[in-house]
Design a protein around this ligand. Sequence first.
Ligand SMILES: [Fe+2]
Length: 279
Amino acid sequence: MGATITNLTAHTGAEVTGIDLAAPVDPEIRMRLNQTFVDRGVLVIRGQTLSPRQMLDAVRLFGDVFPQHNTRFALPDCPEIHFISNQDKFPDGRRYIPGEGWHTDHSNDVRPPKATILHAVTLPSTGGDTQFANMTAAYDALPDMMRERLRGLSAIHVYQSSHSARQLMALPDAAKERVPNAVLHPIVRFHPESGRRSIYINPIRIEGILGLDHKDALPLLDELLAHSTAPRFQYRHKWLPGDFVMWDDRCLLHKANGDYDMNEMRYLYRVMLKGSVPI
Ligand SMILES: [Fe+2]
């Protein structure tokens, strides 16, 4: 029995059935999965039941584990794996919905992760979809004048942008020491595996554009975001129990939707994989 791989939209997403990541994976299938991930941006492997340790073994088929910034969310028995839960609260008691608003993960790192992987443990009965925007397709659709304008521009990424509507959970003091204050990344980056260009923006993390006044930079970032997140560039993932979903943070934005009954539990394991310096 081999893996069956089916495209989910014209440009983004592939569904994989017929494999069990808790068992050893054939090297040829491993190569196919890695290539499909690069080609399709989102890999949806259905029907998995993985303990945190088994998930850690499974993600190593695709790369090395990236140390996530906020250790507050680490699983005590397996700290390389973090959790995402809708039952989490800010210190003042407000509910914290991780991942709301378009973003790419941990772009405030010198070497941001190449991928994020979630494994669904408990899901609400409806809602809680994750949306993805294909930033390669969005770049390809830009008018020449805009591509010219973006050439050579770099954005300043910080842990929490002062322009972001979304508030992140504060970092513990120990984590602050290893998370940079600010890093510069190109607004258009090359994908190290596909060789294609993508728009690389992040409304939650970008504080500004180097060399531009906010009055020019902020409308430009808004325009790029509106362009990139148009429905024609999206794949919307509807979660099924057992889903193992891996996406490419180098060329996609994503967002969570807190549109379900918060009395229902939503809980997923999260791992990231190491990436390279964006160029
Ligand atoms: Fe995220």
